[in-house]
Design a protein around this ligand. Structure first.
Ligand code: SF4
Length: 228
């Protein structure tokens, strides 16, 4: 999918959230890197234009996607997730190290609810709302979408708010967040919830590889079987 077709042509130049713009400009860089090594801008989604599955994360990691310019690339959350996406047939390779590493997604599109890295991984409600039109454009540009996989409660909430704004659902409370839950908000795609693949959740064993792989296999069944 091109950024133009997804209505995202202005995304990388977006400066609507001043708190996030300031944060990206002043964020101390990781040891061994210089400021020039950092993307430090909104992170565009990527994936298969014919995807039946869309994975929505929270926001770019400060030293992962915000550095490499591709969602979940270059940090612990991606190091956990991409080998399992590869094992489940959604990614062409297990390693995700840079935006030029050759990784391709099959039947999967990956984005974040908020496209700029926030302080403490905590976007404000206003920042979620400000970025939602981009999410709306992305989802509208996936004609074969069958399953939305939300990583974490906040990503699910923002997706549900979008459905509410579009008139597809009445109350967010009708769709509680529970890891592994499969719901059908409105007449649209299935909604599948997962704990976020953050380093914290992995280290505390809230989420492990077997759990996430089982969820990916369930997502594939919901989407209609083997990915092409
Ligand atoms: S979070 Fe979204 S709306 Fe806010 S500045 Fe970044 S791209 Fe723009």
């Amino acid at each position: 999918m091109s950024l133009v077709s997804a209505g995202l042509v202005d995304l990388v130049r977006c400066r609507r959230c001043s708190r996030l713009v300031d944060y990206l400009a002043t964020l101390p860089v990781k040891r061994g890197f210089s400021r020039a090594d950092y993307h430090a801008a909104p992170v565009a989604p990527f994936g298969d234009p014919a995807a039946r599955v869309c994975l929505i994360g929270l926001a770019p990691g400060a030293h992962g996607a915000n550095r490499t310019g591709r969602p979940f690339t270059g940090d612990g959350a991606g190091d956990f997730m991409y080998p399992l996406l590869h094992q489940a047939g959604f990614a062409s390779q297990p390693a995700a190290t840079s935006s030029a590493d050759g990784l391709r997604l099959h039947d999967l599109y990956i984005t974040n609810a908020v496209k700029c890295a926030p302080p403490g991984n905590k976007p404000t409600p206003a920042e979620f709302a400000c970025c939602r039109p981009y999410l709306a454009a992305e989802l509208a540009a996936l004609p074969q979408l069958k399953v939305v996989l939300c990583l974490g409660r906040e990503a699910q909430q923002s997706y549900l708010r979008l459905l509410q704004e579009q008139g597809h659902i009445a109350r967010l409370a009708d769709y509680p967040f529970n890891h592994g839950a499969v719901q059908r908000p409105g007449v649209g795609p299935y909604l599948v919830a997962s704990y976020h693949t953050s380093r914290y959740n992995i280290q505390t064993r809230r989420l492990d590889a077997a759990m996430f792989l089982a969820l990916l296999q369930q997502v594939r069944r919901l989407a209609g079987g083997e990915n092409g």
